[in-house]
Ligand binder design. Sequence first.
Ligand code: B12
Ligand code: SF4
Length: 559
Amino acid sequence: MVRALLVKPRNLGFDKRLVEVSFEPLGLMCLSAFVKKYSDHHVDVVDAQAECPQTRKLPDGRFRRGMSDEQLGEVVRRLEPDVVGIACLFEWLAEDAVSIARVVRREAPSATVVVGGMDASARYEEYLSSEEIDLVVVGSGEEVFLEILDAIDRGEDPTGIPGTCEKVSAAPQIDHDREIGASVVCVSCAQPTVGRAVAEKDERVRVNPRSKPRVPFDEYPFPDRDCLPRRLYDDRRNQGISYPFARDYPAMLIQSSRGCPLRCAFCEIISVFDVWQAHGAEYVVGEIEECVRKYGAREFIFLDDNFMLRTKRVEEICRLIVQRGLKVSFDVLPGISVWTLSERLIDLMVEAGLYRVCLPIESGNPKTLEFIRKPVNLDRTRQMIDYCNRKGLLTYGNLIIGFPYETEEDIRRTLAWGRQSGLDAINYFVAQPVKGARMYAIYEENKWFEQHESAVDADHSWRAHASWRTAHFTSEELGRMAKEASSRYLVHRFGSYLIPTNAVRYVWPKMNSIRKAKYVAKVAAYIFLGGTKVIRSSAPLTPLALLRGLFSETRAAAP
Ligand code: B12
Ligand code: SF4
């Protein structure tokens, strides 16, 4: 039996309010449950952010929320782990993952340090360049992490395990034709090459190809939601901060499928989760029932990368929720693929508890959609948005601007489409070159990462930030355009509700019961009074501003 410790990093960022956002570490909960079900290894889970909710200002102006290194060191000393697993979902948390590994190395020098999660999977080389990290697990972690524990339990080195990336000592590859006056033995041909050898190739990372999952996905246990005190996440304050747009508290996270076989240009999912795995409807609704029974959950936030990939499965999930009389609400955080929607499916989803819908449309420009390779039909999308609005769903969409070769005109087309979309709100993002995504190479080849102008506002935790340039825009212009586009759209949209026909068509279906009206009032108050960062950066929302927004031209905030 080995002792494993799983750690969720502390949160970092320039926005003090955003670093308070604390989601339960569902990935670590999945690992914990799996190891407990299929072995007798001991697992502890620590949420280094939520378990010590103190925020400190760092010298560079960022905030860090969570345990100090000393507190973390104390935990490691007390638990004496043989293996420490650190989750890293986001690029800007990599730094904290490394500093946690450093603490572990100091307090438990013989422990194996493993890192996993979305960012670690996509950028394993960067993680392995840290001396303190031994292994990176790519993609789904349950089976691989258990194999690592088993290997250590058997007293073996956890090397060569499929699904891991590891360091290999820098073996000198010999160029027999070059003289450097050193004496080396060539690792390829084992010839002593005195006087004319050079270490040419320095391959320090080995990727051990993944094997097919062995355990059927429906035999995976439900996440170990009790491995940490529930109050850390279900407490009303945390729920309000972390899920400000939820309707029914407590809201809980759930993942019914992983991965997505599509290859949108900006998305790295395919490089991390190489197979699409999905639970059947019985499993999903069984998990919902358990959360309702055990924790009193009233709302579920699905985290699936592509929840809608098999619409039959979605229909079955919704039917079962209705049949079993589960009075729950739900939302799909990463969004619903709009091309899969039909009026019938929307009806069924609403009946099962869908009350707001995020549509990742990505672009209002057909040329850009072609570049992304997302099968979005813009006319059909508008029809579906209209139907969702009439069904009383709160509709918001994601539109991305600043793709590598997008011109001012291209961006204007997206903004113009957005304005006609009928969505209640639009999040405008800057296209991000994430490692593992198809379009990453374009930025590398053009050296656009090195040409960014603004690292001052380097808060990677906020969507409008860009630290790279594109063919036509600087990083500063990209960030500013996205920020302004989101707030301008809201002003325009709220302004349009002043027209009585629009109010009847769009607002009334969302407010025609006390429950719905209370929810809309809450969301509006959050946006305009509490203020998201986007809104706070726009002009005050006076009636005049709303009228101006209504009648103003769609302008790309281009230079
Ligand atoms: C939930 C979520 C959020 C939540 C919070 C997440 C959190 N802090 O806990 C919220 C809503 C706050 C959020 C916000 C954002 N998010 Co987000 N989010 C997600 C999402 C949809 C699901 C993550 C999740 O919980 N999955 C469910 C669990 C079960 O899976 P998992 O964590 O991957 O764990 C499995 C494996 O990864 C692995 N594993 C995980 N940890 C470990 C550890 C070890 C030791 C091992 C061995 C294995 C292992 O095993 C697990 C079980 O198989 C992902 C998409 C994705 N596919 O990851 C995006 C994602 C992580 N988000 C992303 C982005 C860009 C953002 C935002 C920046 C969006 C924006 N532009 O504003 C903001 C940032 C806000 C902030 N300051 O934190 C990107 C990250 C890109 C990157 N590499 O940096 C992702 C990958 C989506 C995407 N494809 O673009 N997000
Ligand atoms: S953006 Fe969505 S649809 Fe496209 S590959 Fe990623 S998860 Fe799949």
